[in-house]
Design a protein around this ligand. Sequence first.
Ligand SMILES: Cc1cc2nc3c(=O)[nH]c(=O)nc-3n(C[C@H](O)[C@H](O)[C@H](O)COP(=O)(O)O)c2cc1C
Length: 191
Amino acid sequence: MKVVAFNGSARLDGNTAILLTTVLAELNREGIQTELVQLAREHLQGCGACFRCFKQKDERCSVDTDPVNDYIAKMAAADGILLGSPVYFADITANMKALIERCGMVARANGDLYQRKVGAGVVAVRRGGAIHAFNSLNHFFTIGQMLIVGSSYWNIGIGREPGAVASDEEGLRTMRRLGENMAWALKKLTA
Ligand SMILES: Cc1cc2nc3c(=O)[nH]c(=O)nc-3n(C[C@H](O)[C@H](O)[C@H](O)COP(=O)(O)O)c2cc1C
């Protein structure tokens, strides 16, 4: 079993990365393979509304100038998908939105590629907009017929400077429980 996590932050190894790796560590402890993909050095473009994916139905986006086709394949091959974003202007980052638009549209064009996979969103926030960003991530899972896993609180970690979420004990506890719940769900679904 494998879970792939995407970090939409413009910062490599920042707060969102800490939250995601905390979830992934629990999954590893449960014997589940994981991969973290960080978008920090990418400039992903959004969906161009060409709808070629609906004509070609080859599980690919017609834009081949960035790694989104690799990301679509990683999502399709995984049993679980984690999407993590810091809050930018009370919502997800532009890179995360582009990832959702293009992976989401190609999935729809190909009979819902990620149907019944397990998914969860994770958000790093300084102060405001976390729930809005969390909801934005969850839209990807719900329209894609995926099964969202929850935790003991909404999946939020609080901090501003890189590394600050490591002091948010409740945030980290929420991530650990999310990892446990995701592992539980994956094992039940594949039993
Ligand atoms: C462009 C930009 C916009 C931001 N907007 C918000 C915001 O609306 N609300 C908030 O609480 N924090 C905001 N922040 C702060 C980040 O969400 C916060 O520092 C977060 O921990 C960064 O996570 P990272 O280290 O994974 O990038 C913003 C940061 C940037 C760079």
